[in-house]
Ligand binder design. Structure first.
Ligand code: PHE
Length: 340
């Protein structure tokens, strides 16, 4: 063993002992300066390399490098412990941290509204029917008694795909499809998406949802139409509401009407929502025009019936106090989470 080897061994054992015995951070730092700093013991040993005979130099240099790495490693290990004196405690769950919120999915307000409407009509004996959103001119207009040049066609701004193919502007074409495929009696509601080529604003969007109703049987009267709709409105909006039917016009119903209810926000006093009138228009309806029966092969002398249609967005907006229809289509979770 050369004298340098002996010195290396001495420095190693004293350094390791002092590192393990250092009681706190500053004692440890003192040990680091003593051994590892630029003027420390290890650097001093490196100085001595110059006086080592050339044939021993490589081995001595290697031994010194090893020493430095070993001491540095021991020091680092001890420093890690000093920072976390309780060792493995650091891996444990910190129960004082705030919890992670797990969000529960929710049904869209339109779906909630629709489900409720569907439930009420199901209990009154209505089945659910659906039809295509891409329609032909025949079902959307012609069979609903809109003559080719009838101005009523302009009432609805239509997205045409080709001359005879379009995005349905209402759910009424499904009335035709149901009657084409089913002999009377029929009693259905038809929920679905409809499209209109309107300027987009807080009040109107290029698509929205309707629920259509159709009941055709022998001897169905306007009185039944009223009774059914009033019963629906009282279940949906509250039993104390007042209502009125105003004459209206649709090509496929005769007579036609619109149903208003007293504003459920102000109870009829007049407010911002009902535009100070005290009334809210909630749906269009009427007795199926006999001309419509001839398009679907029903005998107008044998059957009669009624139809109605209402917009879902409007109802949902009134219910939930929304002032911009577009929020229903943005799928912003900050909005949707409020309906969980
Ligand atoms: N389809 C009509 C509309 O979109 C509503 C309606 C349906 C009216 C059924 C009467 C009967 O405005």
């Amino acid at each position: 063993m050369t004298p340098l080897d002996q010195r290396i061994d001495d420095v190693r054992s004293s350094a390791l002992r002092e590192i393990s015995e250092a009681g706190d951070r500053s004692a440890l730092d003192g040990v680091r300066v003593k051994y590892l700093a630029r003027k420390g013991h290890i650097a001093a040993l490196f100085e001595e390399l110059s006086s080592v005979p050339p044939d021993q130099k490589p081995a001595a240099g290697k031994a010194l490098n090893l020493l430095r790495r070993e001491i540095q490693a021991a020091f680092d290990a001890r420093l890690g412990q000093a920072a976390h004196p309780e060792g493995r405690r650091i891996d444990r769950t910190d129960l004082t941290l705030p919890g992670k919120q797990k969000w529960v999915g929710s049904r869209h307000p339109l779906t909630q509204t629709l489900d409720e409407i569907r439930g009420i009509f199901r209990r009154m004996g209505f089945a659910v029917a659906t039809g295509p959103e891409i329609e032909d001119d025949y079902h959307n207009f012609e069979a609903l008694n809109f003559p080719p040049d009838h101005p009523a066609r302009d009432m609805q701004d239509t997205f045409f795909i080709s001359k005879n193919v379009l995005l349905r502007t209402h759910t009424s074409p499904v009335q035709i499809r149901v009657m084409e495929n089913t002999p009377p009696p029929v009693r259905v509601i038809i929920p679905g998406r409809v499209y209109r080529n309107e300027a987009i604003s807080a009040r109107s969007y290029c698509l929205f949802h309707q629920v259509e109703g159709l009941y055709v049987d022998q001897g169905v009267t306007f009185r039944e139409l009223k009774g059914t709709l009033v019963s629906f409105a009282k279940q949906f909006y509250g039993s104390s509401l007042k209502y009125r039917f105003r004459p209206s016009y649709f090509p496929f119903t005769e007579p036609s009407a619109e149903m208003d209810i007293t504003c459920f926000l102000c109870g009829g006093e007049g407010c911002r929502v009902c535009k100070k009138t005290g009334w809210l228009e909630i749906l269009g309806c009427g007795m199926v025009d006999p001309n419509v029966y001839s398009f679907v092969g029903y005998d107008p002398k044998k059957v009669s019936g009624y139809a109605f249609g209402m917009g879902i967005e409007r109802i949902a907006m009134l219910r939930f106090g929304l002032d911009d229809i577009r929020i229903l289509f943005e799928n912003d979770v900050r909005f949707l989470r409020q309906f969980a």
